[in-house]
Write a new protein. Sequence first.
Length: 389
Amino acid sequence: MSKNVLILPGDGIGPEIVAEAVKILNCLRQECDLDVELEHGLVGGAAIDACGSPLPEKTLQQAHEADAILLGAVGGPKWESLDITMRPEKGLLGLRAGLELFSNLRPAILYPQLAGASTLRPEVVSGLDIMIVRELTGGIYFGQPRGIRTLDNGERQGFNTLVYSESEIRRIGRSAFDIARKRNKRVCSVDKANVLECTELWREVMEEVARDYPDVELSHMYVDNAAMQLVRAPKQFDVLVTTNMFGDILSDCAAMLTGSIGMLPSASLDAAGKGMYEPIHGSAPDIAGRGIANPLATILSVAMMLRYSLDQPALAGRVEAAVNAVLDEGLRTPDIYTEDTVKVGTQEMGDAVMAAIKRGLWDEVTGSLPAQERSEICARSGGHTNDQD
Ligand code: IPM
Ligand code: MG
């Protein structure tokens, strides 16, 4: 039965980068029989403009019904003066909370071709492969009470609440340990247990969870040290698990290790593995509409979707291999451009990934054939050949 993917382009560069990711999905539908139906919806500023709410009822309904969601980005200066409860970001937060997407996976992988694009020295980042597991539906982002109140002396006071229940900590802990089991079996839990009681409990519960995973090593780190270690010696980490806000901050930091925040995909999963997939970067209003945004984080988010929600690990591998291939070819959007590479725009990058997917398929078909037959097929296909040998 075909699966249903909801496409939410959002704001700023969102529509541009999502268009490239949709190209890839359509290519997989045509060339690899990927059985998905695509539906479009509104979220963020685009939804405010069209229907007066950052998360219209219809979008939430569509999201509940979908098997997976692909989101671009939300927000921009146009909506910054709105009340905080009506801002585009509330659309994204409402989707995360409404669908209980508590487990946010943010892999930070350095493609070797981009070692020179990182602001850190190549030897510090080469071979980097870490996974940040961020709690996404709790903590200070959602804690009550919250607001801005006026004190008796007339001064205004802003307040938010950092709160985590044991069950919330336990389920994100299990996510992290389960993932670590498939990787290098090391979890570092990041907290501020020396100051905040809430994360003292976080640490205790992580210890409890660890007892069920004797094959996985657990360590703890305060968040300030973790930020420092991420730029000092990031390869010491395998899986990092942390709260909603610490994860927000540390994942941006980790992004820069990989050369550009334009390279990092993410998956936000519920307990059953249903997910929303989005690049970790924002709507970048400063470059919106100029056709220069990097679509690779969104395209790699499609790969995560194929793996985690659509049960298509082989197709996920194809997409990742195609991204690798375009980087090998030296194609770079401006955010990852360095000397001796070829600067391309958003659409060219998407087209190149699509071409690389098709080329990969072609190589697979022809690769198993004897040379003679292969060149005949190539000749018949009107010279469409990547036959280098
Ligand atoms: C992210 C973003 C969001 C967050 C914003 C847009 C609400 O920064 O996904 O990291 O803070 O979670
Ligand atoms: Mg963020």
